[in-house]
Design a protein around this ligand. Structure first.
Ligand SMILES: [Mn+2]
Length: 441
């Protein structure tokens, strides 16, 4: 019977939407097993005085932006292997995010990269996003590569460039990005700079930093009243000797120089090995200056791997600080969450589903940490108890809470299973072709 159903079109032709009824039917197949697991966990939580539905409500609300560049196959310096059925246009990228959101209920936002994704018809793009229940999150500027016909080059830097004409061009580009974002309803601009040097003596450290600060302050002046500026940092790559905005301290300093609408953005992959990222998160939230957060995972550097694929415990510890900050630091604004990963081997949509799952697991576990007990153990200087309290929830299987949150929002209990059973990739290949390449990549 299932095979017969699969002969039917999976999408309506206008909006490329997943048929809601098919998700419901798939959920029914695994519902019994799910309810047994949920019941078991809910009882465990009840014994701890926790109402599972409270956690489920928070999971339902948690939305992570999908960047418009993550929907096609990424590449390395050595090559790129296409995926088939990659989105050919911004409309198709929104359709892909719509698929993710329909399956997971956690991908209700898109983060656009300019100039890769400049809309041609703003009204049509907005309607397309609304039809998928997607909002426009932070817009990202790009001054790390030269655009065709650009008058000035960013080879030796953009906002920091010793050449004023290059700096001015980069400033204007960021202002253009703000204007594009405004037309779509975005409320924030993310600036990541590749600026730096690869050889000692190449740049004057103080001059490049001063230029960057002056340029950011000029951009900041063009920021609408209800917007935020996110300043991302990264220790190395593409430059290998120095990066102008190398760490959270430099970003924090620049954000303070700009003003109260400027914040630091933490990208998990932008740290030297073994950096204590949870402590950075705590420090910034205490100061009310953590604005954005980019998820990915890595073994060695900025590897852009699936969230939770390598260091799930570190992710949990980071979420523990994020949750603590979200409840204890009213001075810090709501965070802009985004997945910043590259998909070289896996189907990008499956990879993003796995990332969303890992994020929600770490979030749910962090929500379950007994903060009162932890504080008491800290006050008693009982280090053993502190570790026990943290690992008690880290080792808890919270996935039934996440599944239940999806059921309650008419999304899929098991999004990967649904994605495969509904043959989403096969359908996209059929419609867009085997050799389509995502725009911008
Ligand atoms: Mn990033």
């Amino acid at each position: 019977m299932w095979m017969a159903e699969c002969q039917m079109p999976l999408y309506d032709n206008i909006n490329m939407k997943i048929d809601q009824q098919k998700i419901t039917d798939l959920n029914k197949r695994v519902e019994t097993k799910h309810l047994i697991q949920l019941d078991f966990l809910a009882n465990q939580l009840q014994n701890k005085g926790i109402d599972g539905q409270d956690i489920i409500e928070k999971l339902k609300d948690f939305q992570v932006a999908i960047p418009s560049w993550a929907l096609g196959a990424g590449g390395t310096r050595f090559g790129r292997f296409s995926f088939g059925g990659e989105p050919n246009s911004l409309e198709q990228k929104l359709d892909d995010i719509g698929i993710l959101h329909a399956l997971t209920n956690s991908a209700g936002a898109v983060s656009l990269h300019i100039p890769w994704d400049i809309p041609e018809d703003y009204q049509a793009i907005k309607e397309k996003a609304t039809s998928h229940n997607i909002i426009f999150d932070a817009v990202n500027s790009n001054t790390f590569q030269d655009q065709p016909n650009a008058k000035n080059s960013y080879k030796f830097g953009s906002l920091s460039n010793i050449n004023k004409a290059s700096r001015d061009q980069a400033i204007q580009h960021n202002i253009d990005v703000i204007n594009i974002g405004e037309k779509l309803g975005s409320k924030s601009l993310t600036v990541w700079l590749a600026d730096g040097s690869s050889f000692p003596g190449q740049n004057n450290f103080q001059k490049t930093l001063q230029n960057t600060q002056d340029s950011l302050k000029t951009i900041y002046k063009s920021l609408p009243e209800d917007w935020k500026l996110f300043i991302e940092y990264k220790p190395y790559e593409p430059n290998f000797y120095s990066t102008v905005i190398q760490d959270w301290g430099t970003s924090y300093m620049l954000a303070n120089e700009c003003g109260e609408k400027a914040y630091t953005l933490v990208d998990l992959g932008h740290h030297l090995p073994n950096t204590n990222i949870e402590q950075i998160v705590a420090t910034l939230m205490l100061k009310g200056k953590l604005g954005g957060f980019h998820f990915n995972d890595s073994k060695y550097g900025d590897d852009d791997l699936t969230v939770g694929a390598i260091k799930p415990y570190a992710l949990f510890l980071i979420f523990n600080e994020l949750v603590y900050g979200m409840t204890s630091n009213p001075q810090n604004p709501d965070l802009a969450w985004m997945i910043d990963a590259s998909h070289n081997l896996k189907d990008p949509l499956e990879d993003l589903i796995q990332s969303l799952e890992a994020i929600l697991i770490a979030y749910a576990q962090a929500l379950l940490v007994d903060q009162k007990m932890l504080r008491e153990a800290q006050e008693a200087q009982d280090i053993v108890a502190c570790q026990e309290i943290l690992q008690e929830t880290y080792r808890m299987d919270v996935r039934s809470l996440i599944r239940e949150s999806r059921i309650q929002m008419n999304a899929a209990i098991d999004p990967i299973m649904a994605y495969r059973t509904l043959k989403v990739r096969e359908t996209l290949v059929k419609e867009r072709g085997e050799y389509s390449t995502a725009t911008g990549l």
